[in-house]
Design a binder for this molecule. Sequence first.
Ligand code: DX5
Length: 240
Amino acid sequence: VTMAAQEEATRELLLPDGKIRIVPSMLAADFGDLRSAMKNSGSSWVSIDVMDGHFVPNLSFGVDHVKALRKGSDVYMDAHLMVSDPQLHAPVFADAGADWVTFHIEACKEPQALIAQLKDMGVGVGLAVKPGTPVETILPYLDSIDLALVMTVEPGFGGQSFMADMMPKVTKLRETINKKKLSCWIQVDGGVTLETAVQAAAAGADSLVAGSAVFRAADPAAQTAKIADAAQKAFEKRTS
Ligand code: DX5
């Protein structure tokens, strides 16, 4: 385990605390200046969308981006692995200094083993479901993961429209997590804007990944704050 991972391992993982977090997706940031984009995003938690050109058609970030962004920044980095072989890649990103490593249930035959391996490395573990995958596929793992990710677009590209019919998955997760008193973020990712963030928070999501909505704004930090405020109000008003 490298120094970075050891330092990482000692860092407290951010736990759900009833406060909504907007998680800017670096996929929508200026690839020529990622460090400043991360610094000026207005959030202390960003998402690094890793795409292998196989599980999804696009290619995006590699482990060296995480290593580079780790240097000199204590922003929480959440590596969302849209890769066909998470058993190969997940430990590498954990070792490189990612705070959470999220992989897709569709790409992993033995999720329990990989979850255990990542927890031993001291990182938060996330499980993601694509729009076409029932949320029931990840319910059995809820008590051993730190984050459940409901994709509200078909993974692979930013700038798509929010799939509101994914909200029942979020509500199901919220009810299950509340009932079992689990500490697990419910993250939504894809097409999150000021309007759709309110829908996601009202359904019970407390971590909202937003790419275009943040980085296409004139002032990303102000937009992040605006979305967080609107989502927090909806989150506190929710019934489930
Ligand atoms: C899509 C990525 C999303 C995307 C979000 O596969 O996982 O994080 O970058 O971008 P927007 O917010 O623009 O939909």
